[in-house]
Ligand binder design. Structure first.
Ligand code: GAP
Length: 430
């Protein structure tokens, strides 16, 4: 983890939030390279979840919601973590994370640490709306992005041609008053989520079928991004750890440097959300089957992942180091820059002009990095560390035969490619 965190800072992937003011615990700012990585992940996810499917539509709901929605969803009462407090230093920890508790005890070197009885703390982040001091109304920043989807169930039915089974996909920010943010971006207080709420007939057999379908489908998704199968596994939740809304829950976990950790969750939420929103809003949220005329409140099979957490695991999975270099062996689809363009030297106008021409042409169809400083070895090293699959060098031979040197990130092999073939060659790989 340490070399990866250092690389992320050094190369503009992730910075600590509000760093110049000493930071704000549990917040992170994604730099110029990190922002590209996030965008690539989200674009690929949207293509997979919405663009290529007939049965899922997208949505972008507000972060701020009428507080009644959070009462209905059970978050004002059910979204709680039990905490114990160290009687020596008054730091609080989750008793369901014994490794963190033991780790803390070790910091008190040899002293016997006593703990308070567990108490419950709500994770919703409060905010205040209204301009008159004292008359503001308390609202919550969304603790999960899910409810913006459920409250629009009828709107989506009325404005599209979807029929059950169908899904609504959404991505966006969520906020949690995490008690112990940590492990870099793994547990943050502000993060993004990417979810599909998939509505089905309210039947046990349907529930099982679609739950299994989505488990397989999400594993396939992470494998399609180049993650190693041996670092991924399913873990079913025990009854006493399931969220208040879940009938069944399975996590896809990643084999992280600090043990197997949740990367995403697949939940059978039953009719919890729609029936609660129907009850609290007084609006009819049932579905009428157009063929049978049957009316019911559908069940929801949810797939929910963060953005920063899977990206951290993708980066850990892609991190490589040998005696010569460090590099990110990212799937080219995800790589922030697809290619870097270098004029061999920066003080030969003919070389620079040719390199600029290639750079301007390629960047019409992909993200391209430009570097004309220092020796070529250092330029390769900088690109390797952000996972750029190809580097192109324009040299004197280019001016004679219209070929450039293309150097591949993982094998470090070099070959000469015609300038006119470059775009097709790279697009084919990415
Ligand atoms: N709508 C269901 C839901 O929110 P969750 O298991 O609480 O379920 C889903 O969260 C995913 O969101 C997690 O698997 C993780 O990837 C991400 N996530 C949750 N809390 C997070 C946090 N504090 N920091 C970063 N990512 C988080």
């Amino acid at each position: 983890m340490e070399p990866l965190v250092a690389l992320c800072k050094r190369r503009g992937i992730v910075f600590p939030g509000s760093e110049i003011y000493g930071g704000l615990a549990g917040t992170w700012d994604w730099g110029p390279v990190g922002a590209l990585l996030k965008k690539n992940y989200k674009d690929l996810w949207w293509k997979d979840a919405v663009q290529l499917r007939d049965d899922i539509v997208g949505l972008d709901a507000a972060i701020m919601m009428n507080p009644k929605a959070w009462e209905a969803s059970g978050h004002t009462t059910g979204f709680v973590d039990p905490l114990i407090e160290c009687k020596i230093c008054h730091q609080r920890f989750r008793p369901d994370k014994p490794d963190e508790v033991k780790g803390h005890e070790a910091t008190h070197k040899g002293k016997t640490v006593e703990w308070t009885e567990p108490q419950k703390f709500n994770l919703l982040v409060k905010a205040y709306l209204g301009i008159i001091e004292g008359k503001q109304s308390e609202i919550f920043l969304r603790g999960e992005i899910t409810n913006g989807v459920h409250v629009n169930f009828k709107n989506v039915l009325d404005t599209t041609r979807v029929q059950i089974p169908f899904g609504i996909a959404q991505m966006g920010k969520a906020f949690r008053n995490e008690i112990t943010p940590g492990n870099f971006v793994f547990r943050s207080r502000e993060f993004e989520q990417l979810e599909v709420q998939f509505y089905i007939k309210p039947e046990e057999a349907e529930g099982k079928k679609w739950f299994e379908y989505w488990k397989k489908d999400r594993m396939k998704w992470f494998l399609s991004l180049g993650m190693k199968r041996e670092n991924l596994r399913f873990r079913d939740h025990e009854d006493d750890e399931k969220a208040h809304y879940a009938k069944a829950a399975t996590d896809i976990e990643y084999n992280s440097p600090w043990g197997w950790q949740e990367m995403m969750g697949i939940h059978n939420r039953g009719d919890w959300d729609l029936s609660r929103h129907q009850q609290f809003s007084g609006k009819n949220l049932t579905y009428r089957d157009p063929e049978t005329g049957e009316t019911y409140i559908p069940w929801d099979i949810e797939t929910s992942s963060g953005l920063e957490r899977p990206l951290l695991f993708i980066l850990l999975d892609a991190y490589r180091k040998d005696e010569k270099r460090e590099w990110l062996q990212l799937d080219p689809k995800l790589a922030p820059y697809k290619v870097a363009v270098f004029p061999l030297v920066s003080n030969k106008p003919a070389l620079v002009a040719k390199a600029e021409e290639i750079y301007h042409n390629l960047r019409k169809s992909m993200m391209v990095s430009w570097d004309d400083r220092g020796n070529i070895g250092k330029r390769y090293a900088a690109q390797d560390e952000v996972g750029t699959p190809f580097c192109i060098t324009i040299d004197y031979t280019t001016l004679e035969d219209q070929t450039v040197t293309v150097r591949e990130r993982d094998s470090m092999e070099q070959k000469r490619v015609l300038v006119s073939d470059l775009e097709t060659f790279i697009l084919k790989v990415i």
